[in-house]
Design a protein around this ligand. Structure first.
Ligand code: SF4
Ligand code: SF4
Length: 177
């Protein structure tokens, strides 16, 4: 992947601050263990290949460490993008990293910066709106309720939407939607 020359030092500082007490990210020696053990990188799902060259946590660590903000924030659909949205936050990479680097935190920060700039993928924004409006990622539907009843499962307790909205407003999420 060809990397652009623009280094964003503020973005780089944000990334470095993930490990503010130890500067651990500097000691990533690109061993690839995070990528080797990442279930998303292993599957190389066509969905992810469509929106980026591949999903590769090692490359995300390298790119963010170098301050290549534009690469990390590239809009979904841009083939040169190294966007972080494939990460399911399973934390496997954090567990296996020999340098104790919090890869998941770095990727989450990259997602947040991208969202703050209004460049989150449409499907992610739509999912966040659903959570804001219904308090659930998958709103309850009569068909789901019927199926649960047939299977002898208890009715799902309705979430407190006001509480969810209060929490999301407290972090400014409503203004980003
Ligand atoms: S496992 Fe850790 S040290 Fe190895 S490439 Fe990934 S982040 Fe860097
Ligand atoms: S947390 Fe994300 S990057 Fe790390 S192993 Fe899981 S899916 Fe891969």
């Amino acid at each position: 992947m060809a990397l652009p020359l623009g280094i964003d030092f503020e973005f780089r500082k944000l990334i470095m601050d993930v490990h503010v007490s130890s500067d651990k990210i500097k000691y990533c020696y690109q061993c690839n263990r995070c990528t080797d053990n990442c279930p998303v990188a292993a599957v190389q799902n066509p969905f992810y290949n469509e929106i980026t060259n591949c999903f590769d946590p090692r490359l995300i660590v390298l790119t963010t460490l170098l301050g290549y903000k534009d690469v990390v924030m590239a809009v979904a659909g841009t083939k040169s993008a190294l966007i972080p949205w494939g990460c399911t936050v399973c934390d496997t990479c954090d567990t296996v990293c020999p340098q104790n680097i919090e890869v998941t935190e770095i990727i989450t920060l990259a997602k947040n910066v991208t969202t703050g700039a209004g460049l989150a993928p449409d499907n992610v924004v739509a999912q966040a709106k659903t959570v804001f409006e219904s308090g659930k990622a998958i709103p309850s539907q009569p068909a789901i309720e019927r199926r649960r009843e047939q299977l002898g499962l208890p009715a799902v307790v309705a979430p407190d939407v006001n509480e969810v909205q209060t929490l999301l407003k407290a972090i400014g999420a409503d203004k980003k939607l």
